[in-house]
Design a protein around this ligand. Structure first.
Ligand code: SF4
Ligand code: SF4
Length: 871
């Protein structure tokens, strides 16, 4: 029998939103910590770290043997490049172990200014296939943080095609939308998720409309609010795939959460290694089949009846410890949890829809209320222990209606007032004189939202047993000569100290190795702990104790000094890079007004109304082929085909199919397609999803065989006009009218709401028969449309118009404009195309376009993301 391959130990990467969280991560044994710099990271709401304190923060991390990655992962505008350059220089000088980058232009800036500062491609870059990862590598990234929508099976395929380090999220909040592709907050409130200012619209309640009729969804209101990720059970599988880093989400969370989650994943790794070494696999952190929900994978804490729970095979001590740590981590923060997309797509599982915020762990089922000891109490059948002082919550109905809870003042069990009661018991919980529990309905789940004793215990444990850097010391020498101390830290640091006094003969008979261990082990509050001490001294040697103490102090000083690093920064500036950023030498693509259509009816109407070309963005590939042939039969129609925005392993064949339809052009929507499709011979138009917000990025994407690019919807009217007035204007295609794509998601809300199927194989394809929309609290009805890959886009109810900047854009040099349709009928299409044709020809004013385009839905058009907000 061949022995199984050794597992590679990945790092545990903890989040830090402030100093307390950073220290908790270090104490808990994180291998690396990531944090943001004020201004340039995807968590603007976190306290973040300023550039001034960066060097001290990095020094602290390095002294403790922890790597520090700085998030510079926002899209950047031209006017911010100077500050971005300063941030890069600060990271280089402080010795950051990597910067996390979303913007392709910023990647270029980093690689040019600080050649040896590692770049990690942010999950905001939406890397979902080997092509996108290779593109990130070409930009200088040594690691890619994969999109959270990938399964173990997808990761395995990617792993087989690239040698770039892979980082995978294993814990924390999930976005319903692909990171880097959520435009909801930008469209609704000018708060860009790509700029760290997400307003969390996915956590709001929505009603469902099916074919225009309100559908009763029972208690499910939070239809876009996914459960949190908790993948400790998948750690062995991820290790097997050679994933380099297990990332914990949560830069807005406190130190208890950071400590608890870090300990959980460190322990899960150790347990996996131990299990492999002992040939004992499976169990609570057992091996899980790639792509399947195998092994121990399951949701946890979703039902008192145990709908899906973490399954264990036996009471092995390591597995029990992981289980306890998992409970502690989920107690700190959890909206309900499961393996997310790592276990594959399951549209019935990801969004339960009954809550959008912290639930904690499941305590049991509510049995109504009861009078106990003269007080009205909650009656609860416990599924987990509960104690006085815990926080509890009885879940409510639709959108939390009737939800109640509070802190437990008294626990009555078996007629006695007890400190704590165990799972399985029926108890009465009194929530104090100020909390009414009247009307608490029987049958609802009861959650433990807070467990102060557990919180204290987590921090106490990491404080009393902090992680320290192990140092092995070798001591050698002869009588009458100074001994030599060689210290090697587990971080790789190696230092040598020579004793300042000669070795003498012992007169007290004490064993030198014991004396050395005792004296060298006195590392007190240094970040180090003594590992092995090997001694090559004569048997009766003695080093004077005072000299030994001085040698130990010198070793510590040298080890601390060895942890200091800095990267070299080049004198080249962002201005030099901007000067080099020029459009391609080839002429710009033909001018015109193009219309992106989702049906053949729309495409015919657009051509009839005088559009210069159409884009075909259909749910069905076969429908696209039919549409191409039908439109070709009409005569000369410029046709651009549009593949899905996301490209997962194996989906390159969709691009191939579309190319074989011999279109005039193809829309390039993903970084994988941007890289892999270059040189295909078909004209390529880069879409908004490539996130071009500055000239460096425009130059980068155009250099990859694009005929034109679409500026990002993160630009407001002034910024867009400025970009169009640059030399890149003629190569830009401006979307002048479109319902903003708010959420673009792997989750199929249509299948979740209208079927019991977990994916396209068993959903019965309700998307073919029904129109599904989501109505928000303001009464706006947002269409939901699926694409070829079953990914859903929730579009804004109202179309957004850039009519107001068309004149300036034309003056600046823009010559290509695009209308994007969703569900518009032929008559609407004719009206919209006509209005913009006249606007472009100068025969209709912008305000007249706004007046003319009152759509059937009655919303009119809005300025949306183009609003210019006060800075
Ligand atoms: S899905 Fe969008 S709105 Fe929701 S948290 Fe993510 S970025 Fe924010
Ligand atoms: S076939 Fe339609 S309903 Fe089913 S998962 Fe795909 S998009 Fe959703």
């Amino acid at each position: 029998m061949t022995s199984p391959m050794a597992l590679r130990k990945p790092e545990v990467l903890a989040p830090a939103g402030d100093d307390a969280a950073l220290k908790a991560a270090v104490l808990a044994g994180a291998d690396a910590v990531y944090f943001g710099l004020s201004g340039f990271n995807a968590r603007a709401r976190a306290k973040n770290f300023d550039e001034g304190a960066l060097a001290a923060t990095m020094a602290y991390l390095h002294e403790h043997g922890v790597r520090g990655y700085v998030a510079l992962n926002t899209l950047v505008f031209d006017e911010e490049l100077e500050a971005a350059e300063a941030a890069v220089r600060a990271c280089a000088a402080a010795g950051a172990d990597a910067v996390i980058v979303q913007d392709l232009g910023v990647a270029r800036l980093v690689r040019t200014i600080a050649v040896d500062l590692p770049i990690h491609a942010s999950t905001q870059m939406t890397c979902t296939d080997a092509g996108s990862i290779e593109l990130a590598r070409e930009l200088g990234a040594s690691r890619v943080i994969l999109a959270r929508e990938l399964s173990l099976s997808d990761i395995a395929k990617i792993r087989a095609e690239t040698t770039v380090e892979l980082e995978v999220f294993v814990h924390g909040a999930l976005c319903i939308a692909y990171s880097g592709q959520c435009l909801t907050s930008e469209a609704i409130g000018g708060r860009s998720a790509n700029r760290g200012a997400c307003a969390q619209a996915c956590r709001l309640p929505y009603d469902v409309l099916v074919d225009g009729e309100l559908r009763d969804g029972g208690d499910r209101a939070y239809l876009l609010s996914p459960e949190d990720l908790e993948a400790s059970a998948l750690v062995p599988a991820l290790m097997e795939l050679g994933v380099s880093s297990l990332k914990i989400e949560g830069r807005l969370k406190g130190p208890e959460y950071v400590a608890a989650t870090t300990r959980l994943y460190k322990t899960a790794i150790d347990e996996a290694l131990g299990a492999r070494a002992e040939g004992r696999e499976g169990g609570a952190v057992g091996k899980s089949g790639a792509g399947g929900n195998g092994g121990a994978v399951g949701n946890s804490g979703n039902s008192a009846a145990g709908r899906t729970v973490v399954r264990g095979s036996g009471p092995h001590e390591g597995a029990s410890r992981v289980s306890a740590l998992r409970e502690a981590a989920l107690q700190m923060y959890s909206r309900g949890s499961g393996p997310g997309f790592l276990a594959g797509v399951n549209h019935q599982r990801l969004v339960e829809g009954r809550a959008c915020d912290h639930r904690g762990t499941l305590s049991g089922d509510c049995l109504g209320t009861v009078r106990t000891n003269g007080r009205t109490c909650l009656r609860v059948k416990l599924a987990a222990p509960i104690a006085r002082g815990d926080g509890v919550l009885v879940e409510g109905g639709y959108a939390g209606e009737g939800e109640l809870g509070g802190r437990v003042w008294s626990v009555f069990a078996g007629g006695r007032d007890v400190e704590r009661a165990d799972a399985g018991r029926e108890v009465s919980l009194w929530l104090g004189p100020e909390r009414s529990v009247e009307g608490a309905p029987s049958g609802r789940r009861v959650w433990k939202t807070d467990d102060p004793a557990r919180e204290k215990a987590v921090l106490a444990e990491v404080t009393s047993h902090p992680h320290r850097v192990r140092v092995d010391v070798a001591v050698s020498g002869e009588f009458e000569a100074p001994a030599r101390f060689e210290a090697r830290a587990e971080t790789g640091a190696f230092v040598v100290v020579e004793c300042d006094a000669p070795t003498v003969r012992a007169t007290n008979g004490a064993a030198v190795s014991e004396v050395l261990r005792d004296k060298l082990g006195r590392l007190g509050d240094t970040p180090f702990v003594l590992g092995e001490v090997s001694v090559a001294l004569p048997p009766s040697a003695m080093i004077p104790p005072s000299a030994l103490n001085r040698a130990r102090r010198a070793l510590v000083e040298k080890l601390l000094a060895a942890s200091k690093v800095a990267h070299v920064a080049a004198p080249i500036t962002y201005r030099d890079l901007l000067a080099e950023a020029v459009p391609p030498a080839t002429p710009p693509p033909p001018a015109g007004l193009f219309v992106l259509c989702r049906t053949l009816e729309q495409a015919n109407a657009a051509v009839d109304a005088g559009a210069d070309g159409v884009y075909l963005d259909f749910l069905e590939l076969t429908g696209t082929g039919h549409a191409v042939r039908t439109l070709r039969a009409r005569g000369r129609v410029h046709i651009t085909v549009a593949p899905p925005r996301i490209r997962k392993p194996g989906e390159e064949k969709i691009d191939k199919f579309l190319r074989e339809l011999s279109p005039d052009a193809i829309l390039v929507r993903s970084l994988g397609a941007l890289r892999d499709g270059a040189g295909s011979g078909v004209a390529r138009i880069g879409d908004f999803s490539l996130n071009v917000t500055n000239r460096l990025t425009a130059a980068e994407v155009l250099s990859r065989d694009l005929a034109a690019f679409t500026p990002s919807f993160d630009l407001d009217a002034v910024q867009l006009a400025k970009l169009l007035a640059s030399p890149f204007g003629p190569w830009a295609e401006v979307v002048v009218h479109h319902p903003m794509p708010l959420f673009h998601m792997e989750h199929c809300a249509i299948a979740a709401l209208l079927s019991t199927g977990k994916d396209h194989r068993d959903c019965g394809r309700p998307c073919d028969r029904h129109e599904v929309s989501l109505r928000d609290r303001a009464g706006m009805v947002h269409p939901v449309e699926a694409d070829v890959g079953c990914r859903n886009t929730v579009f804004h109810a109202a179309a957004q118009s850039a009519a107001g900047i068309v004149a300036a854009a034309q003056k600046g040099g823009a010559r290509r404009f695009r209308i994007e349709l969703v569900r518009e009928k032929a008559a609407d299409v004719a009206r919209i195309v006509d209005a913009y044709r006249r606007l472009l020809a100068g025969t209709l004013a912008a305000h007249e376009v706004f007046g003319a385009l009152k759509t059937e839905a009655g919303y009119g058009v809005v300025r949306g993301s183009l609003r210019v907000l006060p800075s």
